[in-house]
Ligand binder design. Structure first.
Ligand code: NI
Length: 171
């Protein structure tokens, strides 16, 4: 397993539209394991392949308190979405910023699991938000896209400054 570097907004690679996975083979299972390890280490409750610059339709989430309920979704499709909820969201690619986003309250997602088998999951509350958030990443969409232009610009300029400081070795 390996910890993977996470891209930070406004890195243009976060805007990439990810490709469907044809077969859940050993490299895909390795990617899932690395995503989970990277997510737990961050720590975070979800991570998409897009965020580690791998443009395949793979996401992982774990919203459990004990951090022992990993879910992996390959080629996730949200088949149903009902109701709405507003919740404060953050993102490992937008470090340090938390904003309220409106999303569906209840979803049904279909995907392939780590074993390559198709499954469906009904989710609500935090888990539903997390799946919708990670699923968005695969289409190059970030939670900041739901905010006002002003808020997004403010976050972008702050993160750009931090990114410049990092590349000057002030990590
Ligand atoms: Ni995110």
């Amino acid at each position: 397993m390996a910890l993977l570097p996470i891209l930070h907004y406004p890195d243009p690679r976060l805007r990439t539209h990810a490709e469907p996975v044809a077969t859940v083979d050993a490299p895909v299972r390795q990617l899932i394991d690395d995503l989970l390890e990277t997510m737990y280490a961050a720590p975070g409750i979800g991570l998409s392949a897009t965020q580690v610059n791998v443009h395949k339709r793979v996401i992982v989430v774990d919203t459990s308190e004990q951090r022992n309920e990993p879910h992996a979704f390959v080629n996730p499709v949200i088949e149903r979405a009902d109701g709405f909820q507003e919740r404060e969201e953050g993102c490992l690619s937008v470090p340090g910023f938390f904003e309220t986003v409106k999303r569906a309250d209840h979803i049904r997602v279909a995907a392939l699991g780590r074993d390559g088998r198709p499954f469906e999951l009904e989710a609500e509350g935090l888990l539903a938000v997390c799946i919708q958030h990670e699923r968005d990443h695969l289409d190059g969409k970030l939670f900041v896209d739901y905010l006002s232009r002003l808020k997004r610009q403010r976050i972008k300029s702050k993160l750009k400054k931090q990114g410049a400081a990092r590349s000057n070795g002030q990590r």
